[in-house]
Design a protein around this ligand. Structure first.
Ligand SMILES: *[C@@H]1O[C@H](CO)[C@@H](O)[C@H](O)[C@H]1NC(C)=O
Ligand SMILES: *[C@@H]1O[C@H](CO)[C@@H](O)[C@H](O)[C@H]1NC(C)=O
Ligand SMILES: *[C@@H]1O[C@H](CO)[C@@H](O)[C@H](O)[C@H]1NC(C)=O
Length: 219
């Protein structure tokens, strides 16, 4: 009798756990259309100056203009404004997003107006730093040219794309939480998911233990 109710309880909790896992992983799969592809990260050449310029240095009216071009670019890629259920560009933060109704936005990632502007601003800042390099300005300039190959498929990735207009983007490289331990393998997201899964499972184990105690106490 006791064993029976414990087994039932266990079965219920395990079933609940499985159901929850299925529900929480579903939205990720249907969200595919909502993201524009990203450039692959590339190694920084040795001696590349530390560029701290970010896109918010562009003055507000130019950012508004840039955002309008970005939104038009998304609408164009999706096949018209009505075909772009997700299409924003926040001129305050320069966070942007584009998701088409019936396709994945597929214009080259390095050609989006905001991405181009960010790359060219950083490239110019890199050159300005090199101009002050008294030892070897031309080598310095060459490393800038090697890294900031803006408007080409070798351009460094931009991290201004976000899920929502109010999300804060990342202005200088990937967000910290992604780049902590397993960055070089590009599996930061996956291991993050695994650890949150693990916490959830351990919470369930806790719940089961409480359930057991309650069951035994009420027998
Ligand atoms: C995503 O695109 C596919 C076609 O590739 C379309 O059938 C589907 O409805 C789109 N999903 C969303 C959420 O817009
Ligand atoms: C832009 O982002 C900021 C910061 O999250 C937010 O306060 C503001 O409401 C956003 N603007 C729009 C139009 O979404
Ligand atoms: C990434 O991980 C795989 C297996 O986990 C391993 O074989 C590979 O060498 C790793 N790559 C790097 C660049 O660390």
């Amino acid at each position: 009798m006791l064993l029976n109710s414990i087994l039932t309880l266990l079965a219920l909790h395990v079933a609940g756990l499985h159901a929850q896992t299925a529900v929480t992983s579903a939205p990720v799969a249907t969200d595919n259309n909502a993201t524009v592809l990203q450039q692959q990260p590339i190694d920084k050449p040795a001696g590349l100056p530390n560029v701290e310029w970010d896109i918010l240095r562009i003055d507000p009216s130019a950012r508004e203009n840039l955002c309008q071009r970005q939104i038009a670019y998304c609408a164009n890629n999706c096949g018209g404004p009505n075909q772009a259920p997700k299409n924003f560009c926040n001129a305050t933060t320069m966070a942007w997003g584009c998701g088409c109704a019936h396709k994945v936005a597929d214009f080259a990632p390095f050609l989006w107006p905001v991405v181009q502007a960010e790359c060219s601003g950083k490239a110019q800042d890199c050159q300005m730093i090199c101009n002050k390099d008294i030892v070897n300005p031309s080598t310095c300039a060459a490393t800038c040219n090697a890294y900031y190959q803006c408007d080409t498929d070798k351009a460094p990735p931009s991290y201004l794309q976000t899920e929502n207009p109010t999300d804060l983007p990342s202005y200088n490289g990937p967000k910290q939480e992604i780049s902590t331990s397993s960055n070089e393998n590009g599996s930061g997201g996956a291991s993050g998911l695994q650890s949150s899964e693990a916490t959830r499972i351990s919470k369930h184990v806790c719940l089961m233990a409480v359930g057991l105690v309650v069951t035994i106490a009420t027998m």
